[in-house]
Design a protein around this ligand. Structure first.
Ligand SMILES: Cc1cc2nc3c(=O)[nH]c(=O)nc-3n(C[C@H](O)[C@H](O)[C@H](O)COP(=O)(O)O)c2cc1C
Length: 331
């Protein structure tokens, strides 16, 4: 059930969701090493990308060259068709294999600028943006959106048709409205109305945490594939597990305790290398908290990690904690 978009094959069709502040380069590389396929950059504001590119030497990290991450989708936010088109060209020049347009972000500071999910309320502007971006780049353009702005205005099927007419090649739907933010449950059945409205592949997103969820979500939505975000926090192997499941029908167990510890340590080292020691220690905290979730003494581990500014001490805490805690769970 693979998806072909130009030169890019998404096979099996499971995608790591874009998550600002989470799916940075170290995380994406880790997910890929553990068997995940397509990854998406964090959302990049089109204007900022262009400004940063003009200011030599101060380029925004999220927008750096990504050719070595092939195939990667670079996700752009914005509301000015020309600016987004130019940003898309720049991203392709830096190695983006796909351009994904964000019509889903619900954050006040984003929709306040008429970006993200706000564009679901302005279908004419949405169409101008999509047409401009599609015309600007030789690579496939995809779209990520919610089901609508509010329960009373779930226009995702109509917007999907507009997007298809504009040349968009794949549509991901997070099964919530903008007004829901992250409350309630994602409505996978509603995604079917989007799937029925278009001929391009539709990806279902929201609240998928394991292979059972994948089965249920695909059955309810009729979608061509799934995108997983929060389920992969602290479980970067999940995308690879789902890929394996979709490919073979067999479930791959979680990595053994010692392997999980090594994954955490490798992730930690990659964060320090990426951000430098002082910032890296802080960026790592949320990831270490997620890795420790559900294990014995999770709160104490988290508190100790959050207190320490010393990278060697944090690595020592990880080494001391993970295998014994995981064995404790297995016992
Ligand atoms: C911390 C965080 C950051 C996110 N950043 C983005 C983003 O940059 N672009 C985007 O399209 N969606 C973003 N999302 C939404 C996710 O891509 C996804 O649609 C949503 O979390 C639902 O899927 P999930 O239940 O699998 O997490 C973000 C979500 C979270 C939790």
């Amino acid at each position: 059930m693979g998806i072909a978009l130009g030169d890019v094959r998404i096979d099996p069709p499971v995608i790591l969701a874009p998550m600002s502040g989470v799916t940075d380069r170290p995380f994406r590389q880790l997910v890929r090493r553990l068997g995940g396929g397509l990854v998406v950059s964090e959302m990049i504001a089109s204007r900022e990308l262009l400004h940063a590119a003009r200011r030599a030497g101060t380029s925004k990290r999220a927008a750096e060259d990504c050719a070595d991450e092939h195939p990667i989708a670079v996700q752009l936010a914005g509301h000015e068709p020309d600016t987004m088109a130019e940003a898309a060209r720049l991203a392709v020049g830096r190695g983006a294999a796909l351009i994904d347009v964000n019509f889903g972000c619900p954050a006040k500071k984003v929709v306040g600028k008429l970006c993200g999910a706000a564009l679901m309320r302005d279908e004419a502007l949405a169409a101008r943006i999509l047409r401009a971006v599609v015309a600007a780049v030789p690579v496939p353009v995809t779209l990520k959106m919610r089901t609508g702005w509010s329960v009373e205005a779930r226009n995702a099927p109509r917007l999907a048709r507009i997007a298809e007419d504009c040349g968009v090649r794949m549509i991901t739907v997070h099964g919530r409205t903008r007004d829901q933010l992250y409350a309630g449950r994602a409505d996978w059945a509603f995604i079917r109305t989007v799937k029925d409205a278009v001929t391009v592949p539709v990806i279902a997103n929201g609240d998928i945490a394991d292979c059972d969820d994948v089965d249920r979500c695909l059955a309810e939505s009729g979608a061509d594939g799934v995108m997983i975000g929060r389920g992969a926090q602290g479980r970067p192997w999940l995308i690879g597990q789902v890929a394996h499941y979709l490919r073979t029908g067999a479930r791959r167990p979680d990595p053994a305790p010692a392997e999980q510890r090594d994954i955490v340590l490798a992730h930690y080292d990659a964060l320090l290398a990426r951000y430098g020691t002082a910032r890296g220690v802080r960026v790592a905290r949320k990831h270490l908290g997620w890795y420790g979730r559900g294990l014995p003494k999770a709160a104490a581990f988290r508190a100790a990690v959050n207190r320490s500014e010393d990278p060697a001490e944090v690595a020592g805490l990880v080494r001391a904690h993970f295998v014994s805690a995981l064995n404790g769970v297995a016992a």
